[in-house]
Design a protein around this ligand. Structure first.
Ligand code: CP
Ligand code: NVA
Length: 318
């Protein structure tokens, strides 16, 4: 794309390395501007509709604050309080919302729901998490890695646990930004085949490693970033007990991180369960950057919103 204005942000498959780097650069600029007290008014008079079919703290608050700080407004629309929650078709909701607001963010279950919404909407649609992808989080994580490591190229991420939305978004993103990614999950919980194949394709094109394994030690060895997420995502609550047994060997704890690079950083998209996917010692310890990740949601969302809604940033050919 020459410009991201009017585009959707559903997952990374339609985004090039250059576009993702430009979004990160824009996020850095907007973060710096905020820290120096410079106010930006890129979205004056613009409105974001935020449809939530699942719970949220970070996504809801950071999007709402981002819109305010850019001069616009956000509408919080828990789906149960809308006609969508009473069965109004997604296609109709998308066409109606397109007549009122300038962009929509949706957090929902199946990825096909945001795809259908985007197909019928005439405004940008942003994925605020589906069962399959969480791109806003992964892009924020790249900014956090860049800030802590000074580079992305050649960085190795080890993701341990469930082959879920976070695993998929990190797999899609890492090779496009020059990072190696190793994902370790118990069999039966591996990431989706098409996402892995896509990651391998980009890894080969960009000369980065993509490894999917059931062996947590193989994944974590000398890793610069140790990443985990909940074992039971929103929607998996009924399987929580069974998953605790199946995932026990993938807990990020002192014994496992001893195999990572000595200056590794620990990452988690939050919310976390201390004593399950990570021990308190690690998530509350000196290597943990989880609150920087949370903060960066705000800055990265400002970049996404202003690129999609106001043509901010420099998106040349690449
Ligand atoms: N990490 C994340 O998306 O958090 P919330 O569920 O609180 O939005
Ligand atoms: N994998 C988690 C991420 C929450 C931000 C979930 O989908 O519940």
């Amino acid at each position: 794309h020459q410009s991201l204005c009017g585009q959707d942000f559903l997952d990374f498959s339609s985004y090039s390395s250059g576009e993702l780097r430009a979004l990160l650069k824009l996020a850095e600029t907007l973060k710096e501007a905020q820290k120096t007290g410079f106010t930006h008014d890129l979205l004056v008079g613009k409105t974001l509709g935020m449809i939530f079919e699942k719970a949220s703290t970070r996504t809801r608050v950071s999007f709402e604050v981002a819109m305010l700080q850019l001069g616009g407004h956000a509408l919080y629309l828990p789906s149960g309080t809308t006609q969508m929650g009473r069965g109004e078709p997604i296609a109709d909701t998308a066409r109606v919302m397109s007549r009122y607001v300038d962009a929509v963010m949706i957090r929902t279950f199946g990825h096909e729901i945001v795809q259908e919404f985007a197909e019928y909407a005439t405004i940008p649609v942003i994925n605020g998490l589906t069962d399959e992808h969480h791109p806003c989080q992964a892009l924020s994580d790249a900014l956090t890695i860049l800030e802590h490591k000074g580079r992305l190229e050649g960085i190795t991420i080890a993701y341990l646990g469930d082959g879920n939305n976070m695993a998929h978004s990190l797999l899609q993103l890492a090779p496009k930004l020059g990072m190696n990614i190793r994902v370790a999950c118990p069999s039966g919980y591996l990431p989706m085949r098409e996402v892995v194949e896509e990651a391998i394709h980009w890894g080969q094109a960009n000369g980065t490693q993509v490894l999917v394994t059931t062996d947590p030690l193989r994944a974590i060895e000398d890793a610069d970033v140790v990443y985990t997420d909940v074992w039971a995502s929103m929607g998996d609550e009924a399987e929580a007990e069974e998953r605790k047994q199946r995932f026990a060997d993938y807990q990020v704890n002192a014994e496992l991180v001893a195999q990572a690079a000595p200056d590794y950083i620990f990452m988690h998209c939050l919310p976390a369960h201390r004593g399950e996917e990570v021990t308190a010692e690690i998530i509350d310890g000196p290597h943990s950057v989880v609150f920087d990740q949370a903060e960066n949601r705000l800055h990265v969302q400002k970049a996404i919103l202003s690129a999609l809604m106001a043509d901010a940033g420099a998106f040349g050919e690449d």
